[in-house]
Design a protein around this ligand. Structure first.
Ligand code: BEZ
Length: 389
């Protein structure tokens, strides 16, 4: 046989073998599954999380850890009854590398269980369910948002220092509302106040007349509330229309007025809330993020967009450490847990349980902004009760 041809054939064979045995991770895309609400009262929140995540990926040239990203999506409808099935669409059917989701605490707890059972990495980009970074915590479970306890607890001492001694709480009857109320009570009563009554409506009902009548009759010094998305718009409008804002100030976790101000209009003016993001931070990092988000989506970003953006930043931290080889699961996760995220909200780290340790801002609604007033609590860590990590 001609030796030159022979050598060429050998080289061709060798290079075919090289491609055949090249590690799959180098060529494949990273598969990210969004399990988010794209319909119902939390639809806008889901879209903002996806927008934020994709913005960061676009800023990295469409890649994380040097690998292209392929997206899979499920609309979870904020429906806990469909949550396990929806989670398994992404985990078992689409075999995603990482799930990013979701908004509703009840849905998120089922998602966290499915992620843990299958050892899939989960980044919770909103839902505050305390249990996820409490008893359900695990090496593959991360959050770039908050626990329901965090912003609500921070409001307690703020309201008491504002001269409020008695409070009624009002929220939707599900984990997020229950835990926000519990957090507020802890902070408020530790400061010296007293919660005199807890009122609830079923999720996602927006018939608030009977609770507003009860509040008017009881005349507490203040009301603390947890609502978000479409429900927050309606609650703030109804509270204002009932004239209650003139005599009984309304406070809340910042979800009450985040991403909702355009729709709430004059009814939200002056409301004070606590949250891990605010308008007017005026840092170079936040200004750049806001300009880029506005350019990409023709929208002002809200807290949900920030949480999605930071979910992508967290993934990037993990993937950079393993040079894109997401198969190195333990190293990928360890790098995420020890990362410092350069967030538009301000830099944050994760607790051992995987939840942000972060500043909580006091904000006041002025026009279309939740204007920062000051840091209410610095570097607030969730107590992570029940987490064994
Ligand atoms: C929750 O269900 O955890 C939640 C939903 C919307 C905003 C904040 C928290």
């Amino acid at each position: 046989m001609n030796p030159i041809l022979n050598r060429a054939a050998l080289l061709a064979g060798a290079s075919a073998l090289m491609f055949a045995t090249a590690p799959a991770h180098a060529a494949d895309k990273i598969k990210v599954g969004f399990m988010l609400p794209y319909s119902g009262t939390y639809a806008a929140l889901g879209t903002a999380i996806e927008n934020g995540f994709k913005l960061y990926v676009q800023q990295q040239g469409g890649k994380l850890g040097g690998r292209e990203v392929e997206y899979f999506k499920v609309d979870d409808e904020s429906n806990p009854a469909k949550a396990s099935e929806n989670a398994n669409r992404l985990i078992k059917r689409d075999q995603v590398d990482v799930v990013v989701g979701t908004v509703h605490s009840g849905v998120a707890m089922a998602l966290a269980k499915a992620a843990k059972d299958s050892d899939t990495t989960l980044i919770v980009a909103n839902a505050g369910a305390d249990a996820i970074t409490g008893p359900m915590c695990g090496p593959g479970i991360f959050r770039t948002s908050f626990t329901n306890w965090q912003p609500a607890y921070a409001m307690g001492p703020v309201a008491f220092a504002d001269g409020k001694k008695t409070a009624i709480t009002v929220t939707w009857k599900y984990a997020a509302g229950d835990e926000a109320v519990k957090g507020f009570r802890e902070g408020f009563e530790k400061a010296g106040g007293k919660v005199v009554k807890d009122l609830t409506v079923p999720f996602p009902n927006v018939e608030f007349q009977s609770v507003l009548t009860e509040i008017a009759a009881a005349k507490p010094d203040m009301v603390f509330s947890f609502f978000a998305g479409g429900g927050a718009v309606k609650f703030v409008q109804d509270y204002h229309a009932a004239g209650l804002n003139k005599s009984i100030p309304l406070y809340g976790s910042g979800f009450l007025t985040d991403g909702t101000l355009q729709a709430q209009g004059p009814s939200a003016q002056g409301l004070m809330t606590t949250l891990h993001y605010a308008d007017g931070l005026n840092t170079p990092r936040d200004n750049a993020f806001r300009a880029d988000y506005d350019k990409a989506y023709k929208l002002a970003p809200d807290v949900y967009a920030v949480q999605g953006y930071d979910a992508a930043q967290l993934m990037q931290a993990g993937l950079a450490a393993v040079k894109g080889d997401i198969g190195k699961k333990a190293d990928f996760r360890n790098a995420m847990r020890s990362a410092t995220i350069d967030s538009p909200r301000g830099p944050f780290t994760l607790s051992a349980a995987g939840n942000p340790v972060q500043d909580i801002y006091l904000r006041k609604v002025e026009g279309l902004e939740n204007k920062v007033q000051r840091v209410a609590v610095q570097k607030l860590a969730d107590p992570a009760r029940g987490c064994k990590l």
